[in-house]
Write a protein that binds this ligand. Structure first.
Ligand SMILES: [Zn+2]
Length: 321
């Protein structure tokens, strides 16, 4: 057995935790979202994730940095971080013990991103895969179509003298949507919590374009990027007439805009949709698949397609807002 599960995933030979949410002596951190991190004694992470991890948890956290595609030997294993396409620094972990290989995807998506390197899943004997959107109705429209819809709404609002207000997760989605807007000539003001993370992106060499801190007053002709509704402190003062837009994969649900309390909900996702999950399995060609971070039925869907798949843990579908 290359891994075991004990209220968290561990690579057995190296005694290395993988995205365990409680403090570990040694733990791989796939990316810096809150549901994947803890204050470990020693974290293994890519350079960008290391910066974002320290930004979130404090500068004194020890990190052994991993460059993408550069194997390191640890505890009898060869470990390689590969781009996951989810947010800046996000990585899949590829582990080899000399006989077998294992791929842990972390959160990932296939295809292009404006602010993260595209995912490169390799062949592996064992695949441990996140399956957030592991239900067949989470088939998202093509990304270019979603982006075109976003731009149409944003330019329409600006023409109408309204402020477009985009609600997005502060790490990853906010920077992605900002870059999509600024590269089309729309200037962006960001919520302070988002702007602080954007500064880390810029330090890592990601140019987000014409973006500034929202300092208490909206500016004509600017879009505003703020936290999801339902987060504390998402409200910004003095925005006047607005058009509100949520960007989230959950917008594939037709009722999403009512549940999210916004004028428009657009399915711009940083997770693989159902078809991308299946495409990933076909590309990795594993002998066995363990599904995590999603609906337990997804393993049944894979078994119906002829794969050898199991849920890794009790069902815990994430609904963050
Ligand atoms: Zn994530």
């Amino acid at each position: 057995m290359m891994f075991h599960y004990n209220a968290g995933l561990f690579l057995t030979l190296a005694q290395l935790g993988v995205d365990v949410r409680r403090r570990q002596p040694r733990c791989f951190v796939s990316h810096a979202h809150a549901d994947h991190i803890a204050r470990h004694e020693l974290a293994f992470a890519t350079m960008a994730t290391a910066r974002l991890y320290r930004h979130r948890l404090g500068p004194h956290n020890r990190v052994r940095e991993m460059a993408y595609r550069t194997p390191l030997e640890f505890g009898g294993l060869r470990l390689t971080a590969l781009p996951a396409g989810h947010c800046l620094g996000s990585a899949m972990l590829f582990a080899e013990d000399g006989e077998r290989s294992l791929l842990y995807t972390g959160d990932f998506k296939l295809g292009p991103s404006a602010t993260a390197e595209a995912a490169e899943p390799p062949h592996a004997d064992t695949l441990i895969m996140e399956c957030t959107f592991g239900q067949p109705h989470y088939r998202l429209p093509p990304r270019e179509e979603v982006i075109a819809g976003l731009l149409e709404i944003v330019f329409g609002a600006l023409d109408d003298g309204r402020t477009p207000v985009i609600h997005a997760y502060p790490l990853g989605k906010s920077q992605e949507v900002t870059k999509l807007l600024t590269r089309q000539g729309v200037s962006v003001l960001q919520h302070p919590e988002i702007y602080a993370i954007s500064r880390v992106y810029e330090e890592c060499g990601v140019n987000l374009g014409d973006v500034s801190l929202f300092d208490g007053r909206p500016l004509d002709g600017h879009a505003v990027v703020t936290l999801p509704r339902g987060s504390r402190n998402f409200r910004l003062p003095g925005l006047g007439r607005t058009v509100s837009i949520a960007v989230t994969g959950w917008a594939a649900d037709s009722s999403a805009k009512y549940r999210l309390g916004v004028d428009h909900a657009l399915p711009l996702s940083d997770h693989a949709d159902y078809d991308q999950l299946i495409a990933t399995v076909r590309r990795v060609q594993p002998r066995e698949i363990y599904c995590t971070h999603g609906p337990v039925e997804f393993a049944d869907h894979l078994c119906d397609l002829g794969f050898n798949a199991y849920p890794l843990q009790a069902p815990a579908q994430r609904r963050l807002f």
